[in-house]
Design a protein around this ligand. Structure first.
Ligand code: AMP
Length: 396
């Protein structure tokens, strides 16, 4: 997969109408619809400002939530337009439809330095189905396309990939940052390259493990997924998470790593509990886990082992928590890994979703080189999959 894509710096945007796919999928209060975090809107500002200051007229668009092709007033992007306008210090013209009369009239009248926002793309079922007529109608309003919603680049939707059939397509600054940092880590990492994988399920990470086995020097496995690997090695794991249908795979991976000379590290001790609960009393177990207990977090010896392994790393990629970090008593392993990454001096990349949330919650975000903004997208990136929203951009 080629990650070396043309960016907004590679095109003269003066006097052009730019269709800008943003990620304005902000969290909202379910009752009032109020935006509870404007982080994603704030993150979009540098690309928008660059385009406006360089004489483009910006037609921004995004999805919000999962309306599945239905017009749901609760999921209108109107509050986003308002917040964006406050952040930019200028009017954001809001279209009451997506490719309808209002949007088309407002797009036609849009002047250089002005910005508008279309209504929620997913109010139209053709967005997620990548309907050619819908993509063309979006494209017809503009002269070029800029993709800046990394969280959706793994989707072949009309606004993420379809429009590129009709318009020259460039990456925005957010997407470019993701591509250049993660792309480099995968294609030409500073070594040793250490991958830290955790989270609940082996089955979710199989393709990531497969891909990283070809690239990494060390693979560290923690979290719930580690127990399937431990079981495959003949250990008792009590009532810990187990994917019985993945035991053969787990065994194979450990053997493959050994054959390739890739270090493959698993927990050597665990904080266990009798029940899956925040109040459960942690019990430290080394070796076999008794039948009434489940592994909830990595233990102190494992923390030491894992921390030692990331110490001399050149590049570290982390995806998935080391334990049930949502429960304070079992957040220690994840916290310790976040700290080890922060202090490593390596290029550190944290995949989106839970591990990104953990790093932020635990206060280490500013010590990490890059926290990916896309959960599913960054996972598919690590799988080495072709991402439709990236493949459609012009090569450098
Ligand atoms: P994922 O979405 O696959 O990255 O998984 C994240 C989830 O895995 C979090 O909600 C964690 O609570 C959960 N998790 C991590 N370690 C364990 C464990 N030992 N047992 C059960 N769940 C776990």
């Amino acid at each position: 997969m080629n990650y070396n894509k043309k960016t907004i710096y590679d095109v003269d945007v003066k006097g052009k109408k730019v269709l800008l796919r943003c990620d304005f999928n902000v969290p909202q209060n379910k009752e009032t619809g109020e935006i509870t975090s404007d982080k994603r809107i704030v993150a979009a500002i540098p690309t928008i400002k660059y385009l406006l200051e360089n004489g483009a007229a910006v037609i921004s668009c995004s999805h919000l939530g999962k309306p599945k092709g239905e017009w749901k007033t609760k999921l209108t992007l109107a509050p986003v337009a308002e917040r964006l306008s406050q952040l930019l210090g200028q009017e954001v013209i809001f279209a009451s439809d997506i490719i309808g009369e209002d949007a088309q009239a407002k797009a036609a009248a849009l002047q250089p330095g002005q910005i508008m926002l279309l209504e929620n793309l997913r109010f139209d079922i053709r967005e997620e189905k990548n309907g050619a007529d819908f993509a063309k109608a979006l494209a017809d309003m503009a002269d070029l396309f800029v993709s800046d919603a990394f969280g959706t680049v793994h989707r072949a939707h009309a606004s993420t990939a379809g429009v590129a059939a009709y318009l020259p397509a460039y990456s925005g600054l957010l997407v470019n940052k993701e591509l250049s940092i993660m792309g480099k880590a995968l294609d030409d990492p500073k070594r040793p390259f250490v991958a830290v994988l955790g989270g609940a399920k082996v089955s979710d990470k199989i393709n990531v493990i497969n891909n990283l086995l070809e690239k990494a020097d060390t693979i560290i496995i923690g979290g719930g997924m580690a127990y399937t690997f431990k079981k495959a090695q003949g250990y008792e794991i009590g009532t810990s998470l187990l994917e019985a249908d993945r035991l053969d795979y787990a065994k194979e991976m450990v053997e493959k790593a050994a054959a390739k000379g890739v270090k493959f590290l698993l927990p050597v001790d665990n904080l266990c509990a009798a029940e899956f609960s925040a109040e459960a009393e942690p019990v430290l177990v080394e070796g076999n886990i008794p039948e009434n207990l489940m592994g909830m977090d990595i233990g102190p010896k494992t923390v030491e082992l894992f921390a030692e392994a990331v110490k001399g790393a050149g590049t570290i990629v982390w995806n998935g928590p080391m334990g049930v970090f949502e429960f304070d008593k079992f957040a220690g392993g994840t916290k310790a890994m976040a700290k080890a990454l922060a202090e490593s001096g390596a290029v550190t990349i944290v995949g989106g979703g839970d591990s990104a949330a953990a790093v932020e919650k635990l206060g280490f975000a500013d010590k990490i080189t890059h926290i990916s903004t896309g959960g599913g997208a960054s996972l598919e990136f690590l799988e080495g999959k072709e991402l439709p929203g990236v493949a459609c951009l012009l090569d450098k």
